[in-house]
Design a binder for this molecule. Sequence first.
Ligand code: T5A
Length: 201
Amino acid sequence: MSLPYIAFEGIEGAGKSTVAERVGERLEAEGRRVVRVREPGGTAVGERIRAILLGHDLLPDPWTEALLFAAARAQLAAEVVGPALASGAWVLSDRSVYSSLAYQGAGRGLGIDTVRGVNEPGLLGVWPSLVILLNVDPTEGLHRQDVGDRIGDEGADFQRSVADGFIATAASEPDRFVIIDAGDQLDSVVAAAYREIRSRW
Ligand code: T5A
């Protein structure tokens, strides 16, 4: 059976952080050991890269942006996710490599397969086995957001390209993805995500 490395994905305001946290609480209540991570970040190196990527004071070129996300992710895989999975923990990740495919691959137009190819070598097979894609209308997602960031502030048209990138990737990897309507009530979204996870493990 594949290891429980579960990524919560979607555009801004889809509910990734909230749903991941609530699903994690349910799993912990059942006695499972859960490690929570977020991308970009989750390590000292990754948090510094996060500040470069998401602050409004610097303007990385799209390729610099893609490579910095990949670098932060490689560190997270080596330092946290890989060891956690090896120790038998469940890993719940707020975003993952699939955000890079959607944001940098589709949103920035670098190409989904090209961005995948850049990320793969640094991850050494540490790759989400289940991606819960929270699907929300971009206008609704942006409306829900309280604090923006440099990439999140690109606006609704950019979010739409990103959302299309997520849907295209999900369609190409149907066994890895589940798509949940994140426009539903929060309790229903959490219940659906939990059900999908428990049906696999
Ligand atoms: N990025 C990231 C890339 O470009 N490439 C990459 O490879 C990676 C990893 C990261 C930024 O970096 C970009 C994408 C982003 O621009 P982030 O820290 O992940 O940013 O932040 P955001 O995605 O911008 O986080 P948000 O907080 O906006 O979105 P979430 O986590 O999806 O939403 P959440 O859970 O914080 O919820 C937002 C609000 O909506 C409510 C919540 O209570 C909260 O108030 N909510 C709902 N309300 C009603 N109904 C529901 N179903 C709701 N679900 C949540």
